[in-house]
Ligand binder design. Structure first.
Ligand code: IPE
Ligand code: IPE
Ligand code: MG
Length: 224
């Protein structure tokens, strides 16, 4: 089983458009799938760390109306799902630059981190205003300010993911085969899986199949 599973949840908009719905409906359905998959991982102990790409540094390029909707959806999600985190013993964490978000959203994020901090079954990490390049530049600046020499360890420890292990398995739904600035440093030896399923259609069954396929892979890390 992967210790750290990362997922690029892509395809909400296309899912909605193919049904004549608005992109908002796709994101709403996507949030439900986020809950289902997180719960599954906690209940079936399929991984200890689950990182999900929810909003990238490039997603600010979308129309304001969609960005505003996503921010409200996230606020509502963090509040209404608090019980899901507590009941399933899930610790909530984030990566990404939260300073660009409203105080209200920051308060909700901090609150959920606080109340869920003793969760031991699964650490769910939402990537919010996250981009690998931004993260690496912020980390390099931290080291420069503290006059710490750059090594693989010091840089790793200055990243948002300092407390989390490298990614073992990375899944992207939605048919695109690219990383879109997600966990580039941390996925250096991750096993990659690309699924054509649009995120709102992604199921625990498909996750199970992908986990089986992960077990079949031979990881050599450059050795023999
Ligand atoms: C992923 O779905 C969710 C976010 C990026 C917030 P998209 O919104 O990218 O959906 P598509 O790719 O347009 O279908
Ligand atoms: C990646 O999806 C970001 C998230 C899932 C949050 P995008 O839809 O933003 O990626 P591109 O633009 O297709 O690369
Ligand atoms: Mg997309």
């Amino acid at each position: 089983m992967p210790q750290h599973l990362a997922i690029i949840m892509d395809g909400n908009g296309r899912w909605a458009q193919s049904r004549g719905l608005s992109r908002k409906d796709g994101h709403k359905r996507g949030a439900e799938v986020l809950r289902t998959i997180t719960q599954y991982c906690a209940q079936n102990v399929c991984t200890q760390f689950l990182t999900l790409y929810a909003f990238s540094t490039e997603n600010w390029n979308r129309p304001t109306i969609e960005i505003t909707f996503l921010m409200h959806l996230l606020e509502d999600y963090l509040e209404s799902e608090t019980q899901t985190y507590l009941q399933n013993n899930i610790r909530f964490q984030t990566i990404g630059d939260l300073s660009k978000f409203s105080q209200r959203l920051n308060d909700k994020i901090a609150q959920l981190k606080r109340v869920s901090e003793n969760g031991t079954r699964l650490t769910q990490i939402l990537a919010l205003n996250y981009g690998s390049r931004d993260e690496i530049v912020r980390a390099a600046n931290k080291l420069a300010c503290a006059q710490i020499p750059v090594t693989q360890d010091s840089l790793n420890n200055a990243l948002d993911t300092a407390q989390f292990p490298n990614v073992d398995m990375l899944i992207r739904t939605g048919g695109e085969q690219r990383l879109s600035n997600f966990l580039l440093w941390q996925s250096h030896y991750a096993e990659l899986f690309f699924s054509d399923t649009l995120w709102p259609d992604f199921t625990t069954y498909e996750l199970q199949q992908l986990l089986k396929s992960f077990e079949q892979r031979t990881r050599r890390f450059g050795g023999l």
